[in-house]
Design a protein around this ligand. Structure first.
Ligand code: GDP
Ligand code: IMO
Ligand code: MG
Length: 423
């Protein structure tokens, strides 16, 4: 068997959590491959709303196995809070969630370093989620990180050494802090983690594939936040792209099957950094209000703009997307016209590819399409789609060269419409 991969094609928050939940019944296993509690994946069903940060979004569908892979960075304190909240709402996890021993631990001092580095950057700050993501991946790459497997042997010594190293950096930055309470919660989180099956998840996944089990890999963030191909340096610190599933789970490239690429019918981004199609006007406000574009975890305002097909074409190429999924189509209900950026104008030239640097002097070139004046939220099949919406879909498929197989018309599990089903 091969693994299928589901990932965001924009700057995150495309609706990955919802779609993983919708697709989970077709799989035996769901596995997260990168990122950490910087993610906030929202699911809605039966009138309830859940936001997942480190736990895979397959956790609500029956007895599927969920895996936190080696590419993930885990904060034990936040993990404990998330897991206990799920248990309290009747969703048991202990038998259905396994965690890679090779996943790196986010220490309380990593969070402090995240804040200290951001403060030191002044106006150039990234606008991180403050969860310690960058410093944890930095320690991983500089070969001084602590991994989940380390909690099983001689942990106090390893923790003390890492903490002392971090404290020296914090002191050199003149950053004031009090570790007492965060450290206490973190240590409780470490004890809590020991109740789970801690495994070499690469063996588990490859064993499951060999036994004919189907695996869905869940990405966090989005392609434009990728450490290599995103809008650097305003990115996260992991490979959010398709290849991230290979390194983040130990799955060989030849084992990749379908790649589901998710995007919103428009575009958003949280935090700082370039965003060529951003609308700092009434239209942007309108999209934010209709789409409830506020961070799932931080509550931060998401910046809103029109769809950027230059960036999306790039993401489709980098990720090898085989099927597209369009989210939040309903948010554009009632717009008289809709714009789509098909090229950038830079230095007097028009380009249709994603360039090295989009931080300055990029002007979007738009195509304007008629909007639809119909409420899409109750639609159940594509036969009900308004003509203008179909024209928008056809236009996007032509521009991106990949079929849009799923259209989402609301946050609920049920508000999901499949296309090309008769094939
Ligand atoms: P993720 O990080 O990619 O999982 O996305 P988030 O959960 O951060 O943000 C997506 C938001 O849009 C959540 O509040 C979802 O409940 C909501 N959502 C998902 N799909 C749709 C949709 O089709 N229409 C509307 N109106 N909301 C949606
Ligand atoms: P999901 O999985 C949207 C953004 C932050 C910041 C940058 C770096 O819910 O789509 P970090 O804390 O990772 O060092 O922050 O990346 N960012 C996200 N934006 N959705 C996310 O996750 C994000 N995770 C990080 O806002 O600009
Ligand atoms: Mg999110």
């Amino acid at each position: 068997m091969k693994v299928d991969i589901l990932l965001g094609l924009q700057w995150g928050d495309e609706g990955k959590g919802k779609v993983v939940d919708v697709l989970t019944p077709r799989y035996d296993v769901v596995a997260r491959f990168q990122g950490g509690p910087n993610a906030g994946h929202t699911l809605e069903f039966e009138g309830q709303k859940y936001v997942l940060r480190s736990i895979p979004s397959g956790i609500f569908q029956g007895d599927k196995l969920n895996i936190i892979g080696n590419g993930v960075v885990l904060d034990p304190a936040l993990f404990k809070a998330e897991a206990e909240a799920l248990e309290a709402s009747g969703h048991s996890l202990k038998e259905r969630l396994i965690i890679s021993k090779k996943a790196h631990l986010i220490l309380p001092t990593h969070r402090l370093l995240d804040a200290a580095y951001e403060a030191a950057k002044g106006d150039a700050k990234v606008g991180t989620t403050g969860k310690g993501i960058g410093p944890t991946y930095t320690d991983k790459v500089s070969r001084s990180g602590l991994r989940v497997g380390d909690i099983l042997h001689d942990f106090d010594r390893k923790y003390a050494a890492a903490k002392a190293r971090h404290e020296r950096i914090l002191q050199s930055l003149g950053y004031a802090y009090d570790l007492t309470e965060p450290e206490k919660q973190w240590m409780e989180g470490i004890d809590y983690l020991k109740q789970f099956r801690l495994v070499d998840s690469e063996h588990e996944i490859n064993g499951l594939l060999a036994a004919g089990k189907s695996v869905l890999c869940e990405g966090a963030q989005g392609t434009m936040l990728d450490i290599d191909f995103g809008s650097y340096p305003f990115v996260t610190s992991s490979n959010t792209i398709c290849a991230g599933a290979c390194t983040g789970l130990g799955v060989a490239p030849g084992k990749i099957g379908e790649v589901y690429g998710i995007f919103k019918a428009y575009c958003t981004r949280v935090g700082a950094g370039p965003f060529p199609t951003e609308l700092c006007d009434e239209t942007g406000e309108k999209i934010r209000a209709l789409g409830h574009e506020y961070g799932a975890v931080t509550g931060r305002k998401r910046r809103c703009g029109w769809i950027d097909l230059v960036a999306l074409r790039y993401a489709v190429m980098i990720d090898g997307v085989t099927q597209l999924i369009m989210m939040k189509s309903d948010v554009l209900d009632g717009f008289e016209t809709i714009k789509a950026c098909v090229a950038y104008r830079m230095g007097g030239e028009e380009i249709d590819y994603f360039p090295f640097d989009i931080s300055e002097g990029v002007e979007p070139v738009y195509v304007e399409l008629p909007g639809w004046q119909t409420d899409m939220t109750k639609m159940q099949s594509e036969d009900e789609f308004p003509e203008e919406f179909n024209a928008y879909l056809t236009f996007l498929e032509e521009q991106l060269g990949v079929p849009v197989k799923i259209v989402s018309v609301g946050p609920d599990r049920e508000q999901t419409i499949e296309r090309y089903t008769e094939e």
